[in-house]
Write a protein that binds this ligand. Structure first.
Ligand code: FE2
Ligand code: FE2
Length: 419
């Protein structure tokens, strides 16, 4: 009686430890090894093994073994009949000797007998077979009592729950991975579509070939220089790519006019921000500001822009970013009625209009990016790629950038000396 009581205390102590082991986020193989150790230790069992059921392969795969030797199979397949019987049996020890009729015990009889496996416990959790527990004979040679079997059931349930949790976790990880891949694919499709659209917009305007694509890239540079997050940077790029989408509805002759257009033509052209907004608004963009950038990219801080003549704070920030990118590209590319302007002039123009047309901190961030590139502080060749090497190597660019940064920078930057 006392011996039984001691055994009981020992077994429940083991059970408590097992529960803790399973709750603690230790590695799964380690949890299985400890569980087997605890179960055999508390009942004085010499050999045993825990298997995890793979429902795709219909196999029991060994995850922890003790005293089974090298020859004991690491994977054991189950036929339909076995699975059905184990499920019907539920989480209760099956005496191997009394279950010889089942195909499983016939197929693996020699391995089971060689290691004196006495009990097999199907680990059935929520009507699902998640694994199986093999237990050899007890060190004392005695047969298993019903009390032993109760302890085995309780411990088996803990092990089964741990396997089941592991399966759920694996399933979750698999789904998360699938979702991530799906998202990446969608994301690529979205970006490709946006770029294709930008190219389509640019096709219409033969004199400003590549304008939308460049405005996208300049907007991206400004966002990077402002220290925006990756998503925000991408949003700025998309806003730039699509800012002139409304031009698709403007007469090609007006867009391509090789002269300064008249007031009527200009009024027609000036509809493009509003039209762009209408086109972009019904589309679900991952970045909410895209339609606003199209609508307000011709607004100016001083209220002299169009279509609404908004003032500084009334203009959505993204539209200010695109406005700067757009104006910069207009100044630095050839137009039908004029050549592109030299870099120093463009820089001076941006500085002069800082606070009037452009947001000062944007001008300063943009020029700082350019400055870092020409002084080699940044290894990226973002501007060089868009403007050409020759343009960026003009002698006047460095002094005008230094001046501009000293004038516009909210905090003075360290200006390098060239010699
Ligand atoms: Fe525009
Ligand atoms: Fe534009």
């Amino acid at each position: 009686m006392i011996a039984d009581k001691n055994k009981l205390i020992h077994a429940f102590g083991a059970l408590a430890e097992l529960g803790q082991e399973i709750t603690v986020r230790s590695g799964f193989p380690e949890t299985m090894r400890t569980s087997l150790h605890l179960i055999s230790g508390s009942l004085g069992i010499m050999r045993g093994g825990i298997t995890k059921f793979s429902r795709f392969a219909h196999e029991l795969n060994m995850v922890a073994a003790r005293g089974l030797g090298d020859e004991f199979p690491l994977a054991m397949s189950l036929c339909e009949e076995d699975e059905r019987q184990f499920l019907a049996n539920g989480l209760y020890p099956i005496e191997v000797d009394q279950a010889r009729v089942l195909p499983f015990f016939q197929v693996y009889s020699s391995s089971l007998d060689k290691r004196n496996i006495r009990l097999f416990v199907p680990l059935v959790i929520h009507d699902e077979m998640v694994g199986g527990l093999f237990l050899g004979d007890k060190a004392t040679g005695e047969s298993y009592t019903s009390y032993d079997k109760d302890v085995i059931c309780a411990m088996g349930r803990h092990i089964g729950v741990a396997i089941s949790q592991r399966n759920l976790l694996e399933e979750l990880e698999r789904r998360a991975e699938e979702n991530r891949k799906l998202y990446d694919e969608l994301h690529t499709t979205y970006t490709d579509t946006v770029r294709a659209f930008a190219a389509a917009i640019d096709c219409k305007d033969k004199y400003t070939e590549g304008h939308s694509v460049r405005v996208g890239k300049y907007s991206e540079i400004i966002a990077q220089e402002l220290g925006w997050t990756q998503d925000e940077i991408e949003g700025a790029a998309v806003a730039g790519y699509l800012h002139d989408v409304g031009k698709l509805t403007v007469d090609r002759r007006i867009i391509n006019a090789p002269y300064r257009i008249n007031a009527k033509e200009s009024a027609e052209l000036n509809k493009h921000p509003g039209v762009g907004y209408e086109i972009l608004l019904p589309i679900q963009h991952p970045f909410t500001d895209v339609p606003l950038a199209a609508k307000y990219h011709h607004e100016r801080l001083d209220g002299r822009g169009y279509p609404e003549g908004l003032y500084d704070k009334q203009i959505p920030y993204i539209a200010k970013v695109v406005n700067l990118a757009d104006s910069f590209d207009a100044m630095t590319t050839d137009r039908p009625y004029r050549h592109r302007r030299p870099a120093n002039e463009v820089i001076e123009d941006l500085t002069r209009n800082s606070g009037k047309q452009f947001a000062p901190e944007l001008v300063s961030a943009f020029l700082k990016g350019m400055y870092r590139e020409i002084t080699g502080q940044s290894k990226e060749k973002r501007f060089r790629r868009l403007l050409g090497r020759e343009y960026m190597e003009a002698e006047t660019i460095f002094p005008s950038l230094s001046n501009a940064l000293n004038e516009t920078a909210p905090q003075p930057v360290t200006v390098l000396s060239l010699d």
